[in-house]
Design a protein. Sequence first.
Length: 222
Amino acid sequence: MELSARPDGTGEVTVTALLDRRAAQTVGDLKTQVVLDDLRATGWEVRGPEENTDGGAEVEARHRFANLAEARQLLDELGGAEGAFKGFVLEQKRTFLKTRTALRGTVDLSRGLGTFSDAELTAVLGGQPLGISPEQLEQRLGVPGDRAFGLQLAVRLPGRIEANAPTSAGNTAVWAPRLGEQVAIAATAEQWNRANLVLMALAVGSAVGLVATLRRRRHSRQ
């Protein structure tokens, strides 16, 4: 998942699901197996499923937000009552000179495979979160469950970012919690309001020019 915020409070949330070749073969025809109409109906722009060059598959869903309230609503929808994203809050404070943007929340994968399901779906699937036991899943995919599923959260904030992420550079921080983990997310960034700085510089320049003009006129009169 990627969250990108701009200085004016707008931005977008992008969720990308990647399957390697073996996982894609296990699922079968994604275009018939994956139903995305509900996402489109709620304003998500969906691309895919598309096959990758390595035989895997990719599905991308993107939703723009016009203000911070919409951003919080999107994050709540993604998390849900039992989902991976809990308590996420995006805030922004502006002064004349700077804009400070902050994000905090928790990525909770402590429920293992149950993170990607809910109680109702688990019941429908016979008591297994994905309709298959962890042992059966490991046998099909050929890797342990904690390696079969991965989640990456990338956050882009306006300005140089400071975060508790293991990887950060410029305006971006990236977390990659593993299945079974619970990770606190905290990131802040500050950016100078360039338009206001330009206006201030023009105002100061105009004031200096006015003072200089008045002095010249006074000297000429003397």
